[in-house]
Structure formats: C-alpha cells, structure tokens
Design a protein around this ligand. Structure first.
Ligand SMILES: Nc1nc2c(ncn2[C@@H]2O[C@H](COP(=O)(O)OP(=O)(O)OP(=O)(O)O)[C@@H](O)[C@H]2O)c(=O)[nH]1
Ligand SMILES: [Mg+2]
Length: 581
C-alpha cells in the first residue's frame, strides 16, 4: 500500500477529487458535509488499475485548520497538490507548499481541478513552475474535473507512476507510529490510527507509549483485520492496556528501546532565514505539535527546548512554524542529547562543530568521538548508525582507541594501590572503575588485560603479587611442601618465617598457599595430589586409611579431609567413611 496526502487552498476540490478517485467520503463529520468544508483529516482508499492500493489522507485547506493539515501530512511520504483552474495559486496553496518544502517532501503530483469551469492550462503552467523551485522539483501535473470525470484516467495513470517511484521503506525498521486519531469501539476498546511510515506491526506486539507499555490486540488496515501491517500503510490498532483518555493525536507508539524522548535538541535550519527567528515557535513532527523555545546558536544552528518531550532521532526533519509571521522553516535534527552551553562563546563553538560534522556514518564516528563512551542502545536510539572501528563491551560502545587507552591506565592504578596496601594482591574492581571514571564495573573488568588478571573480584598482577620478604618465606615453605606435600608447617615454623595472620592471608589471596583449615597451609594443587593417593585406596576408606596414605598427622589429615569434602573431591558417607566422587 502507498499513502499520499492532499494539500491545497480551501475549496479547491481536494475532497471532491478524493471522492472521485476512491468512491469514499473523506469528510467524516456531519458538520463538514453541511458546511462543504473539510475541518479534520479524512481517510479514503482505492485499488488502482495495476492492483496497487493507495490510501489518501485528505487535509483541510482552510487556514484555521493548518494544525490538522500538518498532522496529516507529517508522516506521509507523498503529496497530492490540488489547485483549482478557476482560482489558481492562492494563499493556502502557497502555505501548504511551503510546509511540504520545509518538510523536504520529494514526491508529489499536481492536479488542477475544476477544469470544467476554466481553462486549466495557465494554472497548470504557473503551478508547475512554482513547484519546481521546491523540494518536490519537477512535479507531473494533470487537469481534472471531479464533476464531469474529465481527466480522471490521466490522473490515475499519473498517480500510479508517482506511487511506483516511491522509495520502499524498511519493513524491519523500528516502529514510530504517530497517532492521528484515538477512539473507542464497543467491544474492542481503545483504537488508534496513523500512517505507518517504517517497520511492521502485528497483533501481540508490545509497544511503548510515553512511559507505558501497550499491547496490540488487533491490526486493521483499510477497514480489514490483517495479520500484520508493513510500512507504508494506514493502520488502525486495537490496544490493550490503555484508556482512550490517555492517548491523543501527536502521541507516538514506539518499538520499545528504539527511541528516546528528548526535550532539548540541536537542529540546523534548511535554508537560513533572512530575518530573526522568533523566540517561541511551534514544532511539528509526525502528527505532533509542541511549543518550543528557540535559541539561535550561530548561522543555521539552533537549539530547541520543547514544551513536551518527543521521541526524536538524529536525521528527523522537523517543521518550525512562527505562528505570528506565518513563516515555516525546515529543521534537521542533529543532536538529541546536546552538550550544555555554559561558557561564553560555547554556542558559537557548538554551531561550528555542527557545521563541521559530516553526515551518515562519518557523523556517527565524530559523535562517538565526542561522547567517548555511551550505551550502544542509547546511541542507536538517538538515530546514529554504529560507526566503523567502534568497540562494544557488554552494553557499552567505546570510541575507537578508547578501550586501549583506558586499559593502559589500569597497571598504574594497581601499582598505586599496592604501594598503599602491599599485603593486598590488588585493587577491587570497584577501585579501578572509580579511578577510570567508568559507569560500571563490568566495563572495568572487560578492560583488564594480561599480565593483569581478575581474581576474587580484584585486579591483580599475576607476576608480582607479594612483598619480597613475604614471597621469600612463602617460597621456602613451598620448597618444603614440594618434597612432602602433606607436611603443613607448624605454627611456630610459620611465626619463625615471619608469616603472621595478615601475611598468610595475603599469601592465600595471591595464590601462593592454600588454607585447608585453621593454621593448616598447603601448596596450591594439593587437592589433586591428595585425590591421587586416595584413588589407590579401596573405596570407601576411613580417615585413618587416608592419613596413612598421605603419610601425615591427624592435625593435617582431619582438616584436609573435611576440606576435600567441601571441595567436592570426596563424599562423606553416613558411617563416616569416604569415597572419591
Ligand atoms: N465544477 C466543479 N466543482 C468542483 C470540482 N471539484 C470540487 N468542486 C466543488 O468545489 C467545492 C469545494 O470542493 P471540496 O472538494 O470540498 O474542496 P476542498 O479542497 O476539499 O475544500 P477544503 O477541504 O475545505 O479545503 C464543492 O462545492 C465541490 O462540489 C470540479 O472539478 N468541478
Ligand atoms: Mg476538503
């Protein structure tokens, strides 16, 4: 399906043309039909000769309803420009064209209506020329009469060609459905409608609306229930989990996590205005309308503070409207999380940075270089693609080279920590996290590189672990244990070697000794040595048999046996014998 929106001066025959095309009545309200005037958005659709379906969003031409017009045209990729042959280019023709131009609409068809009332040729020529100067460029034009039907075949053929040339949106893109209507249907509950301009929606999808979760109960498109709707499409969603009072035109249903809402953003104006910008403007995007404070930075760069936060992404095109002077400006979103401007000259600097920042992937790289470290999900939700060379650690995205430079600082953190606390093997990860000013400990851990390593929640140097005199004493004990692995030194031996409680604890933390029980220290690897000699015994065996196999005293054998039980090397049976596991 394709979606197109009408545009043009009041009474120029937009709704009549939609009626002639679709056979449907776009003016939904009795008041509209009584007054012969479109007030709010109308919706109609048709299947064309080629089999292609087109949905039309019919907008009001009257200047008082420009807000409704903007909500209708906002999410729609193509415009049907209507100018009456007997009236020609008029005030709201110009206003609507300025809107389409500011929004950067590139696809349009011109219909010169009421060709039965006046020669359409001069108006066709004039309008085509004026449109050529806008984002729509060379617009195909046809003369048509909704009254007599003259020109309708040419009109539908031109429409087919226009639709065939529309770029196909990404069906896998995240959903941002700008709501244009919300109502209730008896038995179904809350229903919202909108133009789906990217992505796919299906029943049971979970979507976000502000800070709430909603579930799609059912999807309708063009009056029929469907298994799924893929952009571009007009859709009606039956929602679970929300009352109609809590939704309004301008709200957006979003793929969870894919967008972040922002009230402060930097934009660059498309075509710098000749005169000063208003301090207060109205921002239109999608079907939303919000007031904004406008702070010119320098040149085309402007900072906006929105009255209500919106789910915007870098690359979105906004419409800025100066309601007083009836001027509109297009504005490209450049940053949805802009830096504070505190110092003198920082606004000018920011404008210069924005002007220098390239678009696309290179822009994303520059942005990441500025932010250095950001959550990947946040970065993509801002609208940036992942730049080449960026590194990901868990949920974090690091500017190229940042991981290396952070990792290179860790040895120094370890050295300084150990100078202060020589008996501790190294700083806890949290100390490293704080020293590097990192947002989470997992990231600090991910940056630990050899010869540093993680042990028991600390960053330790595998090579240099203990103060030299402690290391020497441990080495001497290890030498004795190498000769007799079960001859744990007696308490007086340890004291004589200079190994007090703190030194022994440090030796255990550094991996130099294993503490199997109170005052009983053996060499690392003792579990395997003990297991091997137990394997030679008949199973199960008694403590006394184990002690003899190890050739040691009860002082060592009792705690070692229990330690092996705890390590899962041996199992203790009800009669107090053991067997290997
Ligand atoms: N003779 C003639 N009258 C037409 C034609 N198209 C529309 N009209 C008449 O012009 C008047 C306005 O037509 P609409 O279709 O309501 O105009 P509109 O552009 O939708 O107006 P708004 O939605 O209020 O901006 C109606 O009385 C129509 O019957 C046409 O091709 N020929
Ligand atoms: Mg109308």
């Amino acid at each position: 399906m394709d979606v197109i929106a009408t545009a043009g001066h009041v009474d120029h025959g937009k709704s009549a043309l939609v009626r002639a095309l679709t056979g449907m009545e776009p003016d939904r309200w009795a008041e509209e039909r009584r007054r012969g005037l479109t007030i709010d958005l109308g919706f109609a659709w048709a299947t064309l000769a080629s089999g292609r379906t087109v949905a039309v969003v019919d907008v009001p031409g009257h200047e008082r309803f420009i807000g409704n017009m903007l909500a209708g045209i906002g999410p729609v990729p193509a415009a049907l420009m209507v100018v009456a042959a007997d009236d020609g280019w008029s005030a709201q023709t110009a206003e609507h064209v300025a809107v389409l131009d500011a929004l950067g609409v590139r696809h349009a068809l011109l219909a010169v209506t009421k060709s039965d009332l006046a020669d359409p040729a001069p108006v066709l020529a004039d309008a085509t020329e004026r449109l050529a100067a806008t984002s729509m460029g060379a617009v195909p034009g046809v003369a048509v009469s909704a009254l007599t039907g003259a020109g309708m075949p040419e009109f539908t053929a031109a429409l087919e060609r226009l639709l065939a040339d529309l770029p196909a949106p990404d069906p896998a893109a995240p959903v941002r459905l700008w709501i244009d209507r919300a109502f209730t249907i008896k038995g179904a509950g809350t229903v919202v409608t909108g133009t789906l301009s990217g992505g796919t929606v299906a029943p049971e999808d979970r979507l976000r609306l502000g800070d709430r979760d909603v579930v799609v109960r059912g999807v309708q498109s063009l009056g029929r229930s469907v298994d799924r709707a893929t952009a571009t499409a007009r859709v009606a969603l039956n929602l679970r989990g929300i009352a109609v009072e809590d939704i309004a035109r301008g709200d957006a249903l979003l793929t969870p996590g894919a967008f972040r809402s922002t009230a402060e953003l930097d934009v660059t104006l498309v075509g710098a205005p000749e005169d000063r910008l208003p301090a207060e403007a109205v921002v239109h995007v999608g079907s939303a309308t919000v007031g904004a404070r406008v702070r010119p930075l320098d040149g085309a760069a402007v900072r906006l503070r929105l009255g209500t936060a919106l789910p915007l992404r870098v690359g979105d095109r906004l419409l800025l409207r100066d309601p007083g002077a009836r001027r509109v400006f297009g504005a490209d979103v450049r940053d949805v999380d802009p830096p504070e401007l505190r110092r003198r000259g920082s606004a000018r600097q920011r404008a210069a940075d924005l002007a220098a920042q390239p678009g696309g992937s290179a822009g994303a790289a520059a942005e990441l270089a500025r932010r250095r470290l950001v959550r990947t999900a946040d970065f993509t939700a801002m609208g940036w693609p992942l730049p080449d060379g960026a590194e990901q650690h868990g949920p974090w995205l690091l500017a190229p080279g940042l991981a290396d430079s952070l990792a290179a600082r860790i040895p120094d953190v370890v050295t300084r920590f150990r100078a202060l606390r020589p008996l501790e093997p190294g700083p806890p990860v949290e100390v490293v996290r704080r020293a590097l000013e990192l947002p989470d400990a997992d990231l600090a851990q991910a940056l630990v590189r050899p010869p540093l390593m993680l042990r028991d929640g600390r960053v330790v140097d595998a090579a240099a672990a203990l103060p030299p005199e402690v290391q020497r004493a441990v080495d001497a004990i290890r030498a004795r244990l190498a000769a007799d692995p079960f001859a744990a030194p007696e308490a007086p031996d340890l004291v004589a070697a200079g190994l007090g409680t703190r030194e022994l604890a440090a030796a255990v933390r550094s991996g130099g000794l294993v503490r199997v029980g109170d005052g009983v220290y053996l060499a690392p690897g003792i579990a395997e040595v003990a297991r091997r000699s137990l394997a030679a015994l008949p199973q199960p065996f008694t403590l006394s048999q184990a002690r003899q196999a190890w050739g040691t005293s009860r002082r060592v054998a009792v705690p070692l046996m229990e330690w092996l039980d705890a390590q899962g090397v041996t199992t203790r049976l009800p009669d107090n014998t053991r067997r290997l596991r």
